[in-house]
Ligand binder design. Structure first.
Ligand code: SAM
Ligand code: SF4
Length: 489
């Protein structure tokens, strides 16, 4: 069993590892950018925006840090160990910088935003610090750093959505892509650093989202995942200055054609689903306080919207949820699960985020989390132990008083139970036929392909004549807690 502070489903295992930029052909004569991304999907998506901005600025990309003129680490600050990983990487880069003093080393993303100029004092190898809303300024910042000065921009914007920037797809499988639909977060979960590092919530123009999804489809992509910290609070209005013009229900005003006063998430989902019935649509992350029946009915209405919802719970105990400032309690969460099951059926995939050992959590309250898991039977989950983050409400007001060994023991109990539930949920699919979008060869053998079904479960099956990007009906014949195995029918 893993005793890390995170457990990820098989297909997302790479998310917590840095991903590198691919080589770009015909790069001769141009300066080279190398970028590593850490943390959430949003960061990987942001790195694609960064690559696009630097490409406009005359850079080519490389997958080798050794031959780069500029090295960026796009960082995560969500837990302490995410920051430690970046600090270790910076230590390794010190040798490279010593050999090539002209090399520019930049730290981007949430850690840059959280630590600002302190990062320059603490990590001498760093030349450039840029927060998540400052990426348009990167070409100028690089120029400044090249003169030997330290370059910093950590300005947080209320408007920036990078809507007009066509991301350069990095290390893409050519089949699935992330599309960012909003930035920032206005919730103040007491444990979370995101509102401080990514700023206020803002929604991206739906025209640009649909255009990006259409372009991806035309390039051969067959799945888009709409990304935001809280997609259910997506709300775009033509003139943000007149909020009284907002419309809540998709029935009140047609979102298409005229794109009336405003577009909410259910409407956006419908717009993207209509790009093509052959384009699968996923989204992440949903917030239990905001997900609406409208969203669930829109999912039901469109076969190409995947029947899978990531619905972080964080805890199964109402007192802890109140301390976390999640603004829902255990009953509300279970009520949302009941709505999902009622509207989308028992087979809809549901995953969670859970935090073990939050401030003042008792043994009985931890058992409430286990009993919530028993009640829901999640398909999989992302599980962490609490890591206090400086500046958050919890750090200011609550004692981080659960000893580390107890946090880890509780986390391990949560992980072990999830393993059981993942296996049970996967066993339900044995004997069923699932539509799989092929993403490439299986990790173990080129004689097998792998893809995911609607519920986001990884399925491996013999290659035969099938190819990446195709939809294949696969009969599930066997499974583990992480993977389904089958054969095409
Ligand atoms: N916006 C999403 C939501 O509200 O569900 C999640 C954003 S966060 C990047 C991903 C997950 O990290 C959270 O759902 C939470 O479980 C976990 N997390 C956030 N802050 C944490 C902390 N201080 N310690 C441990 N886990 C944390
Ligand atoms: Fe963090 Fe809560 Fe916002 Fe998610 S909803 S990013 S956990 S503050």
């Amino acid at each position: 069993m893993k005793t890390l502070d995170i457990l990820t489903p098989a297909d997302k295992e790479a998310v917590d590892l840095p991903r590198l930029l691919a080589d770009e052909p015909a790069a001769a004569g141009r300066k080279k950018l190398y970028i590593e991304s850490y943390g959430c999907q949003m960061n990987f998506s942001d790195s694609e925006i960064v690559a696009s901005i630097l490409k406009e600025g005359g850079f080519a990309t490389t997958s080798s840090a050794d031959e780069a003129d500029v090295i960026f680490l796009n960082t995560c600050a969500i837990r302490d160990n995410a920051e430690q990983k970046v600090r270790n990487r910076l230590m390794h880069l010190t040798g490279l910088k010593r050999r090539r003093p002209e090399l520019v080393v930049g730290v981007l993303g949430c850690m840059a935003e959280r630590l600002k100029t302190k990062l320059l004092e603490e990590e001498k190898v760093v030349d450039l610090v840029a927060g998540p809303d400052a990426y348009r300024d990167l070409p100028r910042l690089v120029e400044e750093a090249e003169t030997g000065q330290k370059a910093v921009n950590v300005f947080l914007s209320r408007e920036e959505t990078y809507a007009d920037i066509a991301p350069v797809r990095l290390n893409s499988n050519g089949v699935t892509a992330f599309v960012s639909i909003m930035r920032g977060c206005d919730n103040m979960c007491s444990f979370c650093v995101v509102p401080f590092t990514r700023g206020r919530e803002r929604s991206r123009d739906p025209h640009s989202i649909v255009r990006e999804a259409t372009d991806l489809f035309n390039q051969g992509y067959r799945e888009v995942t709409l990304l935001g910290q809280n997609v259910d609070s997506y709300k775009w209005s033509q003139s943000p200055q007149t909020p009284e013009g907002l419309v809540d229900s998709p029935n009140e005003e047609a979102p298409f054609g005229s794109l009336g006063a405003s577009v909410n998430f259910a409407q956006l989902l419908e717009m993207v689903a209509q790009v093509s019935p052959d384009l699968r649509v996923r989204f992440s992350t949903s917030h239990p306080k905001d997900i609406t029946d409208d969203v669930l009915f829109t999912m039901k209405q469109y076969a190409n919207i995947c029947k899978y919802i990531h619905l972080p719970a964080q805890s199964g105990n109402s007192r802890i949820l109140a301390l976390m400032n999640r603004t829902y309690d255990r009953e509300w969460y279970l009520g949302k699960i009941a709505r999902i099951r009622a509207i989308l059926g028992e087979d809809c995939g549901i995953s969670h985020d859970l935090i073990a050992g939050f401030c003042t959590e008792t043994e009985a309250e931890h058992r409430d989390t286990l009993s919530l898991m028993e009640a829901v039977q999640f398909d999989f989950g992302f599980m962490f132990y609490y890591s206090e983050r400086p500046g958050t409400l919890a750090a200011k007001k609550l004692a981080d008083d659960v000893p580390e060994e107890i946090k880890k023991r509780r986390l391990n109990e949560i992980i072990a139970l999830q393993q059981q539930h993942s296996l049970l949920r996967n066993q339900r699919t044995v004997g069923q036929v699932h539509r799989v979008l092929v993403e490439g060869f299986s990790k173990r053998s080129d004689d097998f392909l792998q893809g995911r079904n609607d519920q986001n479960k990884v399925i491996v099956f013999p290659k035969e004549h099938f190819q990446k990007g195709q939809y294949v009906n696969v009969l599930v014949t066997d499974c583990t807690a992480a993977t389904l195995m089958g054969k095409a029918v």
